[in-house]
Design a protein around this ligand. Structure first.
Ligand SMILES: [Zn+2]
Length: 545
């Protein structure tokens, strides 16, 4: 548990059209991360990562680490400097030389500050080789800082010269074996991006400077993105907008052009690097054969900035639950108030300790700026985008004391829910477990129907994971998250109602119930029901384009 006043967070205000360290402020993540004291530029394209942003990166790296270990990958560390002669041997010193930051030691030996490590990895395999076919396949990875000499660094952390990146390398005997690893890694990418609740699409890509036979980009749709995609309005087809793609080649529906940010890239490389650097394996009596390689990258620093681009608004940061710097802020009473005089601040500290025990260990921050009004501190908290805020204000003097619970929305926070202490702890535990639905809305993975009366009605839109559904019964509103089946809906992008056959209120209420759609004959699974307390969502539909 930490105190807000102790956080090293140099907050500043950037004037309009400001140029900071020779760099224009061109996008919201760049502006907000600097203004809110998460990063500081040192020179064009280089940044000091301050404690709050470091926490986000730590969480991202831990998530990536768990995903990779789960599929049997092994972590290691390669040096940042790679001998330039290796890059010469693979031809990349010539091909992408201008993008490489180079250094020379006192003996005149040249090195590259690596943007990626195919050369270093192939050289390692060559050095210990030839490997036996029995040692393959191998999947090795590292998470470390990489360097790229961007001609014009811009958009802050989205295009910086030094960045944290996951890079993983597969070593195989055959293309078939490499394809198997490729599927395994891309499945874990999907799982990771689902955990982050970000709208990230896998898009077929040319292999470019990397060489190889198969490649995908992992693209997050965001207005500030520099890449352009065409998305089918009906099915899940997403392609790079290199040519005119008016019509989907899968279902012949209309396509929509969107901007996006590349956050990951995966390749089946083949023998380009292993053949050039002599990384071989032997199978029984055969002569040594070049290892068949694959490689995988995720831009960790870029993912931090891209999350802010996707979820934040012009004035405030917003985070996926899993990586928010702190997930919960408790705002205590103002000094000298009635609630302060009855031991309000001591209660805030006790409450903080208890909330750390319900799934938020190390993620609770106490606002100890007692001299500021609660309103002023709420405003500052909104800017930081804590997923959950608890206010211990005037209503804590009631009998029994009531606490105000807020959860972040794309813009602002939900209206406060007044809860007793026990109710508060139960509700915070539930949110800690299930995540903040409003942020899933902001990432456009869910569509809010709002009030649809007693008779259950469901709508869906292509690209959404499910619906947030509200239904009124005698005792008030109830909320449901319903998973939509994959594939095109009856109305495509047009929001159209689908009647659910035999789905009475009582049927819908049960967790994991399957309900069948009358219109498209498919099944919908109830993922979550939230019966109490009532969670007011007025205005949430406005966030969906
Ligand atoms: Zn389509």
């Amino acid at each position: 548990m930490r105190y807000l006043s102790q956080i090293f967070q140099p907050v500043i205000t950037i004037p309009r059209d400001a140029i900071i360290k020779n760099t224009e402020i061109t996008c919201k993540s760049q502006k907000l991360l600097l203004e809110c004291g998460l990063v500081r530029p040192t020179s064009a394209g280089f940044f000091t990562i301050l404690p709050l942003a470091r926490r986000v990166l730590n969480k991202l790296e831990t998530l990536v680490h768990h995903c990779m270990e789960e599929i049997g990958a092994q972590r290691m560390s390669l040096p940042s400097l790679t001998a330039a002669k290796l890059w010469e041997k693979t031809g990349r010193l010539q091909d992408i030389g201008v993008e490489l930051l180079k250094v020379e030691d006192r003996h005149g030996k040249k090195y590259v500050l690596s943007p990626t490590h195919e050369e270093a990895m192939a050289d390692l395999l060559a050095d210990i080789g030839p490997l036996s076919y029995k040692q393959l396949p191998l999947l090795l990875y590292q998470i470390s800082n990489k360097f790229r000499d961007e001609p014009r660094p811009k958009h802050g952390l989205l295009r910086s010269r030094e960045f944290s990146m996951l890079d993983a390398y597969g070593a195989h005997t055959t293309h078939a074996c490499a394809s198997e690893t490729y599927d395994r890694v891309t499945n874990t990418y999907r799982k990771l991006f689902d955990t982050l609740q970000l709208p990230i699409h896998r898009v077929a890509a040319p292999s470019g400077a990397m060489g190889g036979t198969l490649s995908h980009e992992w693209q997050l749709t965001a207005d500030t993105g520099e890449d352009i995609l065409d998305m089918c309005l009906k099915c899940d087809r997403v392609v790079r907008a290199e040519t005119v793609n008016d019509v989907c080649d899968k279902c012949a529906s209309e396509m929509k052009r969107v901007n996006s940010i590349e956050v990951g890239h995966t390749f089946v490389l083949g023998e380009r690097y292993s053949a050039a650097l002599g990384a071989h394996y032997t199978a029984r009596e055969t002569t040594p054969t070049p290892i068949y390689m694959s490689c995988y990258g995720i831009g960790i620093t870029r993912l931090l900035a891209a999350s802010v681009e996707a979820l934040g608004n012009d004035k405030a940061l917003r985070w996926p639950d899993a990586i928010a710097p702190y997930r919960l802020l408790i705002i205590g009473p103002k000094e000298g108030s009635k609630e302060w005089s009855i031991g309000g601040w001591e209660e805030v500290q006790r409450l903080g300790q208890e909330l750390e025990q319900v799934g938020l260990a190390g993620d609770v921050l106490l606002d100890d700026k007692h001299t500021h009004t609660i309103g002023r501190r709420m405003k500052a908290a909104d800017r930081m985008g804590y997923p959950i805020i608890v206010v211990c204000g005037r209503s804590t003097t009631e009998n029994p004391p009531k606490y105000e619970l807020y959860t972040s929305k794309a813009v602002g926070y939900t209206a406060p829910i007044l809860l007793t202490r026990t109710e508060l702890i139960t509700e915070v535990a539930r949110i800690a477990r299930n995540g903040n639905i409003d942020i899933q809305l902001a990432s456009k993975r869910l569509y809010v129907l709002g009030f649809h009366g007693f008779s259950p009605t469901i709508s869906y839109r292509t690209g959404f994971r499910g619906f947030y559904y509200q239904c009124r019964n005698k005792s008030g509103m109830s909320n449901y998250v319903v998973e939509a089946p994959a594939g095109p809906g009856p109305g495509g992008a047009r929001i159209s109602p689908v009647n659910i056959e035999n789905a009475s209120y009582s049927v819908l209420k049960r967790y994991n119930d399957i309900v069948k759609s009358k219109e498209d004959k498919r099944e919908y699974r109830i993922l979550e029901t939230v019966v109490d307390p009532v969670h007011e969502l007025a205005g949430s539909t406005g966030e969906i384009p």
